[in-house]
Design a protein around this ligand. Structure first.
Ligand code: PHE
Length: 340
């Protein structure tokens, strides 16, 4: 009779051990079967009433059942521990092959950013991006641009002369000349870069500034072509409608020549130091290339003509970001630069 109950308790406990879904469930089964007041302990008590030989046989069976159950509990417990470990490893993994977080990444200077945008735009319009030297010859900076030595236009560009007769280029226009020397027309090129003038520095003047030169030489190029490209450029850069005006402007290397001004975006036109209190900012001098310039570089003016422009990149950046002092751009102050 007792033997039968022992096997029943064992079978029942084994089934529940297998079915247990958590440590807690498992413990509950263990207490019920093996605990001090558990079902097997109860059997143990009742065994006292048995005859000695029956008691020995039942005792054996009871001990065997206890051992089987202890082992089953241990096995099941290890399964739970293993599952918990796997779950933790899955949730808390660290990828040791990932690079450690390095120092804070820097950012591109706002002038570089706009320059890259303009390069992308003009490349998409079929223009080459050319580079030229910052130390230039007098010929490329002046003579080849129809500015002979005695021309008063030289006075407008207060030049840093070097002792060897060369100079720091006063504009990016010499790259036009180098472009024509190097490539045959038709020609579409831009040349971004630094230029230098002996300016007394204030909120809107620096001795070092950035321009983007542009030139297109083809057959029957007109002011309409020029205006199309200038409008495309300004819409792209400002991503909004800007008010522009076209004035006649004199540059020996263009004819007719224009000053394309935009309504000052710093003050909205009411006047501020950046627009010299005029409400307008000179941004884009341009015009049709003077035939003399083409001739000096050996181009046939019966066949070819073109337009050219000299975008003030530094001014453009100031307009776009509302920077009211040009000196901030080259000042190297990280508090300023980190905003971009
Ligand atoms: N190179 C001129 C300047 O810096 C600008 C310009 C370029 C004007 C091209 C007309 C055509 O002042």
């Amino acid at each position: 009779m007792l033997e039968k109950r022992i096997s029943e308790i064992q079978a029942d406990a084994l089934a529940r051990i297998g079915a247990a879904k958590s440590d807690e469930e498992l413990d509950a089964v263990r207490v019920e079967a093996l605990g001090r007041k558990g079902t097997l302990a109860q059997i143990s008590k009742e065994m006292g009433k048995l005859a000695p030989e029956e008691r020995a046989a039942a005792g054996k069976l009871l001990n065997a059942a206890k051992q089987v159950l202890e082992e089953a509990f241990e096995r099941r417990k290890r399964e739970f521990d293993q599952a918990a470990l796997t779950q933790r490893l899955d949730a808390e993994w660290i990828d040791l092959t990932l690079p450690a977080p390095g120092p804070r990444a820097g950012s591109l200077h706002p002038i570089t950013q706009i320059q890259m945008e303009i390069e992308d735009l003009f490349v998409s319009l079929g223009f080459m991006v050319l580079d030229g030297p910052e130390v230039e010859t007098e010929y490329h900076n002046f003579d080849a641009l129809n500015i002979p030595p005695e021309h008063p236009a030289r006075d407008a560009q207060d030049t840093f002369w070097l002792t060897d007769g060369n100079l720091l280029r006063t504009h990016t226009s010499p790259v036009q000349v180098r472009g024509m020397e190097r490539f045959k027309p038709p020609l579409r090129m831009i040349a971004p870069g630094r230029a230098f003038r002996n300016e007394s520095v204030d909120a809107s003047h620096e001795h070092t500034f950035y321009q983007v030169e542009g030139m297109m030489i083809d057959r029957d190029v007109s002011v309409a072509h020029l205006l199309y490209f200038m409008k495309t450029l300004l819409t792209e850069v400002f991503r909004r409608e800007v008010t522009v005006r076209l004035r006649p402007g004199f540059f020996p290397f263009v004819e007719p020549g224009f000053e394309l001004d935009i309504r000052c975006l710093i003050c909205g036109g009411s006047g501020c130091p950046v627009c010299k209190h005029s409400g307008w900012v000179e941004l884009l001098p341009c015009g049709l290339v003077n035939p003399n310039v083409l001739r000096i570089s050996g181009l046939d003016t019966e066949k070819w003509n073109g337009f050219a422009f000299g975008l003030g990149l530094t001014r453009l950046v100031m307009m776009r970001y509302g920077i009211d002092d040009i000196r901030l751009l080259q000042g190297g102050d990280l508090r300023f630069l980190q905003q971009f």
